[in-house]
Design a protein around this ligand. Structure first.
Ligand code: CS2
Length: 490
């Protein structure tokens, strides 16, 4: 095997090779998910139907992926891993790269350029700068208030999009679509609301808001593919299969799904030819996926963190985890969703069980458990409140919150272990501040649930707060299996 030549010299078939030199799309957030999802659909759509939809890929701050891609002609490989075997595909659909923090003015000018007709984005839950309690744009928070004070150099993606749209209106007023590919409830509406609220808070030229309302569309979309982080094992395996070095290969499961609302203001790639589904029921699909997949994923991750299992399949392989997830799916999540027409929930759940058992992919427990303060907002309050309003206690949702607290904000004297310690939690410092001086597990949990991390309606539920506190207490004194059993028995 030759490992010292880069992908630039790859001679095999390449997905997206027909992408034209002039890009028609720009993507914010060049992480693994984008490269294994929208980029692959776009490459396949152009192979099937043509179009001028090459991508300008934008990293937020880090040069790591951008530099690596530049060194290999913007090519990278997808290493598909499943029990059925492995395959590698080389993708070549990105035409340029940028780093938003270093090239902010250039980025906004680029989005203003009429050649760009779609901005896609994977900026994670964090990127939307929402207030956890109100769900509105956090205009008084440090990130957005700093951007509003320096409109020429915004640092948040929301500020950059808003600035770019103003420039586009002034330059050509050509229509454009902004397509969120993040795991949010009504992702398009949320993106529109955050950008819209930012624009309301800043100075805009006359006529701008009419144009924004009529010519900028934000379709909803449900995105789905389990895409772990890249490790040295991924790099070594990709190199063996390719016979070449790829510094930034992306591991992914075989499964992939994209359901999109067809509201594009200035054209779009023929993504349906690559397997995407265009539907009028996207919000229903979003909820199905956010709750059944993502919500259960969080429970698997926190129970896994507390039982010391490093991967999602190892956590899900434990009987008590599977029992809790089954209960969560059937009794707490399914009744909370209006299903898309013709959708078979039990077939979807059976497929999820397979996907969570993918040992070849080995998705890390710590990856899924990271950013819980932001992810749980999409996964817990609405379904929990539905049950609380019916006089029922959502045991598994309470266990999920208890698991999150025990993993990333453990009460004094409790050490959750290395898997939990590896979870990245942006609110760690704030969680510590909030709980300083809590004299008991009960007051520790109350301080968190009522400390601005959840909407008021949930924080105000004594029943919910009590149950989370009881479950944290059981985790601390008898372990996670005992807490799971208590939630199952209640
Ligand atoms: C995961 C998602 O990070 C998480 O919490 O649930 O990244 C999940 O793997 C994807 O949404 C799958 O489509």
């Amino acid at each position: 095997m030759i490992h010292d030549l880069s992908l630039a010299s790859y001679r095999g078939a390449v997905l997206g090779a027909s992408a034209p030199p002039t890009p028609g799309m720009l993507h914010l957030g060049i992480g693994n998910f984008h490269r294994a999802h929208a980029a692959v659909y776009t490459a396949k759509a152009m192979a099937a139907a043509g179009g001028d939809w090459g991508i300008v890929a934008v990293a937020n701050r880090s040069r790591r992926v951008v530099d690596a891609l530049a060194a290999q002609h913007h090519r990278y490989s997808i290493l598909e891993l499943s029990s059925a075997g492995e395959r590698v595909d080389v993708v070549d659909v990105h035409r340029e790269t940028m780093v938003a923090a270093e090239q902010t003015a250039e980025l906004m000018a680029r989005i203003a350029d009429p050649a760009i007709r779609i901005v896609t984005m994977t900026i994670s839950e964090n990127g939307y700068c929402r207030n956890a309690v109100t769900g509105a744009l956090d205009v008084d928070g440090p990130a957005i208030s700093a951007d509003l004070a320096t409109p020429a150099a915004p640092r948040t993606s929301i500020g950059q999009l808003a600035g770019a749209l103003i420039r586009r209106y002034q330059a050509s007023a050509e229509p454009i679509t902004i397509l969120s590919c993040d795991n949010l409830v009504s992702a398009g509406h949320t993106a529109q609301a955050m950008v819209g609220q930012y624009l309301q808070a800043t100075v805009t030229p006359a006529g701008f808001h009419d144009w924004f309302g009529a010519s900028v569309t934000f379709p909803n979309a449900m995105v789905d593919r389990i895409v772990p982080g890249t490790t040295d094992v991924t790099r070594a395996r990709a190199a063996e299969l390719l016979g070449l070095t790829d510094a930034v290969p992306v591991p992914a499961e075989r499964f992939s799904m994209w359901v999109i609302e067809d509201r594009f203001a200035a054209g779009r790639p023929a993504w349906e030819q690559a397997g995407a589904i265009f539907s009028d029921e996207v919000e229903a699909y979003e909820l199905v996926k956010l709750r059944l997949l993502n919500g259960s994923h969080s429970l698997i991750a926190y129970l896994g963190g507390l039982s010391g299992t490093e991967t999602i399949p190892a956590s899900f392989g434990q009987d008590f985890v599977r029992a809790c997830v089954t209960e969560l799916l059937n009794n707490e999540y399914l009744p909370s969703i209006e299903l898309p027409s013709g959708f078979d929930p039990q077939a979807y759940i059976a497929e999820l069980f397979d996907r969570w058992s993918n040992h070849a992919l080995g998705d890390a427990t710590a990856r899924v458990g990271s950013d819980g303060s932001l992810k749980l907002l999409q996964r817990v309050p609405d379904p929990a409140l539905r049950m609380l309003n019916l006089g029922e206690v959502p045991q598994q949702l309470a266990l999920m919150v208890a698991g999150w607290i025990a993993c990333v904000a453990p009460p004094a004297g409790f050490a959750p272990g290395p898997v939990a310690d590896a979870m990245v939690e942006p609110a760690r410092d704030k969680l510590v501040e909030t709980t300083v001086g809590a004299g008991s597990v009960q007051s520790h949990v109350e301080a968190i649930v009522r400390g601005g991390f959840f909407p008021d309606a949930l924080a105000d539920s004594d029943v919910f707060v009590e149950r989370v506190a009881e479950l944290v207490q059981i985790i601390v004194s008898h372990g996670v299996r005992a807490a799971a059993q208590a939630a199952l028995d209640a």
